[in-house]
Write a protein that binds this ligand. Structure first.
Ligand code: SF4
Length: 690
């Protein structure tokens, strides 16, 4: 009998819930087993988590580097030495010819904290470029900016998920955990079982909305007006918390005046949500002693995403539902390390510890840890879409890790054309994604179960993923890639390949910053099932933020006034409908991994266009009819899926696929002025039988 190998406790490679799971090594791969002791998911997993090992042993995973030896030629196998030499010389050549900012770096919200930290350091110290950003900019950047503006600190959820069932009312705005993170649904089910109420704001009656006590279905792009209308009613009905506003906030009068300009009938006209439902929502939110607002990509992925989230925060502040137990505003971050990914330096404007890149003290501290002159650190670079848009012109070479923008970026055909125009592209990935297929060099890297590293979940809980499996011989870790490239580019030290060594440096770099990890260690994470930041040396960690004071200079939360404005594109005679995009339960983000899992592919084999029966009748189309959806940026084709769960003026497409059904061919790249988030969630389209 072969000896049974011990199961390794770790976390799912996909979304920000970071479900705990045990991996038992068996027959050269791993088997997923329940890990009931991890409190967040208590053993529950969605289909993506259960099937995650399939990508480890997939026939299509990359196990040797690939190099394109001539422009337009095929990618052919190469040794690691040849591949790393080619990347180093491609980046160095561009830097020599056009300067450091002609070299770009693009990261991902799935990279561990150690990789995100290493990538940011590599860009700024080795390449000397300011041009680094990551795909998390497309995920939660508006919520992050609004959090920062209102509270002085951005942590997705300022309280643990275990508080959700104990509050009185939750307004869930543009979030569909039934599809995006199913094990999280139990927090809402328990909320209702405890007598709390659930309001869901979504233009679609999603599987989450079906469980709501009240579903508000605004026209896409009007969440800001909806929040302002609710605040108007709160004021008009005398439901504000004057004591809280006076003691713990600033800026109320301007925010109040802005809300009072949005009277209910006007808001009904803008959003399509009837006034009685607005009144009902206010009653449900204000009646209990505590309440929360949780947002996700719906209100965030708009060209006014920061103000939209800010308006929902204003609602919390005006009613005294922030900085108090069981109350507050939180963002349900999407990607596995979307939170940690933005804290450790792969964002265009941030240094490790969530420090601001333009802050002289922050630069001096991080430069000391890195052993460089702070004067040599570049300033802020372009945001993700602006960086992609500059490829081939100002930015001529790109190193890309853990991202697939050819599928996931807005105006994707244009982004693909920009990527194709690069002088040099290197991609590190586990499979030949659609973006990797365009590269000059592809570096095959290890996957989640084959390496150790930390992630920070949507709760701000720092977790440890552990290696459970020996990687195939032809692959290397992203940290080994950075080490190999740094030494080839003349930086021999400072890029260790051991993740714990990197984490130790990250701790020091983050010390004293907003996201202080200095008191966190691998040993503590293991012993405590994760540690909440901020966690300075000697601290027990901070599960709940802002209970005594907000993180602003004066300790008060800041109201920011905002007024309704239309989306960058509204329907007209040529493009009479609205398109909104999102995810389905069996696929994850650009689908680079999940489309390669047979069970998931069977469950969700391709894109579709969801439309209302009235619209289908008007177009004369039936279930399954191929539909052409056209925007000013391009055309996508996918079969019709007819349902009365969507507004008749709106169609929905999931964005996980490439080819003729690529939803992001259609989406609008208008950017939020603060967060630089593109307007994924709303654009004008025309729909007709293909
Ligand atoms: Fe993984 Fe998210 Fe599914 Fe949990 S909910 S198993 S973290 S994909």
């Amino acid at each position: 009998m072969p000896r049974t190998q011990e199961a390794v406790p770790t976390h799912c490679p996909y979304c920000a819930l970071q479900c705990g799971m045990n991996l038992r090594p068996a027959d050269g791969t791993v088997v997923v087993e329940e890990r009931a002791d991890f409190p967040v998911n208590r053993g529950a997993l969605c289909g993506k988590g259960r099937t995650a090992p399939a990508v480890l042993s997939s026939r299509v995973r990359l196990t040797e580097p690939l190099v394109r030896t001539r422009p337009g030629g095929p990618l052919v196998p190469a040794t690691w030495e040849e591949a790393l030499d080619a990347v180093a010389s491609g980046l160095a050549r561009t830097r020599r010819a056009h300067g450091p900012d002609a070299v770009g770096v693009f990261g991902g919200g799935g990279l561990t904290n150690e990789k995100a930290y290493g990538l940011g350091k590599f860009a700024r110290v080795v390449l000397g470029t300011s041009q680094i950003d990551y795909n998390g900019r497309f995920c939660m950047s508006s919520a992050a900016a609004a959090h920062q503006r209102a509270f002085g600190l951005d942590r997705g959820l300022p309280f643990p998920l275990e508080d959700v069932p104990r509050t009185g009312c939750v307004i869930l705005v543009g979030s569909n955990p039934a599809e995006t993170m199913p094990p999280a649904l139990r927090y809402l089910t328990e909320l209702k079982a405890n007598g709390g109420t659930l309001i869901v704001v979504d233009p679609r009656r999603t599987r989450t909305a079906e469980q709501a006590d009240l579903h508000l279905a605004p026209r896409p792009g009007t969440d800001l007006a909806l929040a302002l209308g609710l605040l108007h009613l709160v004021v008009a009905e005398g439901r504000t918390d004057a004591e809280f506003i006076a003691a713990r906030t600033t800026g109320w009068e301007d925010a109040r005046a802005a809300a009072m300009a949005h009277w209910p009938e006007l808001v009904e006209r803008i959003t399509g949500v009837p006034v009685p439902r607005l009144r009902r929502a206010v009653e449900m939110f204000c009646a209990p002693a505590s309440a929360m607002v949780l947002t996700a990509r719906g209100p965030e992925q708009q060209a006014k995403g920061t103000d939209t989230v800010g308006a929902w925060i204003n609602l919390c502040l005006a009613t005294g539902r922030a900085g108090r137990p069981l109350s507050g505003y939180g963002c349900l971050t999407g990607q596995g390390n979307g939170q940690g990914g933005r804290e450790h330096g792969q964002k265009a404007d941030q240094l490790p510890g969530y420090r601001t890149l333009t802050d002289p003290d922050a630069r001096a501290h991080v430069a000391r840890v890195w052993g460089v002159d702070p004067q040599t650190l570049p300033g802020p670079g372009r945001s993700a879409y602006e960086l992609l848009d500059a490829l081939g012109t100002e930015v001529k070479a790109l190193l890309l890790m853990g991202s697939n923008p050819v599928v996931s970026a807005p105006r994707a055909a244009h982004v693909e054309e920009r990527i194709r125009s690069l002088d040099f592209l290197a991609v590190a990935d586990v499979v030949l994604s659609e973006t990797a297929a365009l590269a000059d060099v592809v570096l095959p890297v290890t996957q989640w179960a084959e390496e150790t590293g930390t992630t920070t979940s949507l709760e701000g809980r720092v977790l440890l993923r552990r290696r459970a499996l020996t990687p195939p011989p032809g692959v290397r870790s992203d940290l080994e890639v950075l080490h190999g490239l740094a030494s080839r580019l003349g930086v021999e030290k400072g890029f260790p390949t051991d993740p714990e060594e990197v984490f130790e440096e990250l701790r020091r770099a983050s010390e004293g910053g907003p996201a202080d990890y200095s008191g966190i260690s691998y040993a503590r994470i293991t012993a405590e099932q994760g540690v909440f930041w901020p966690c300075p040396e000697g601290s027990p960690g901070t599960p709940r933020l802002f209970l005594d004071r907000f993180a602003t200079e004066d300790g008060r939360a800041r109201f920011t006034p905002a007024v309704h404005r239309e989306a960058a594109e509204t329907p007209d005679a040529d493009y009479p409908l609205l398109l909104t995009t999102g995810r389905v339960v069996a696929q994850y983000q650009s689908g680079a991994q999940t489309r390669r899992v047979p069970e998931l592919n069977e469950a969700a084999p391709g894109p579709f266009v969801e439309l209302h029966p009235r619209l289908a009748a008007r177009l004369g189309v039936a279930e399954g009819t191929p539909l052409a959806v056209t925007s000013r940026r391009g055309r996508a084709v996918a079969p019709a899926r007819i349902t009365d769960a969507i507004r008749a003026d709106t169609v929905f497409m999931p964005f996980h696929w490439y080819g003729e059904g690529r939803a992001n061919t259609l989406t609008h790249p208008a950017l939020d002025p603060v967060s630089r988030m593109p307007e994924f969630k709303v654009c004008a389209v025309r729909v007709e039988p293909a």
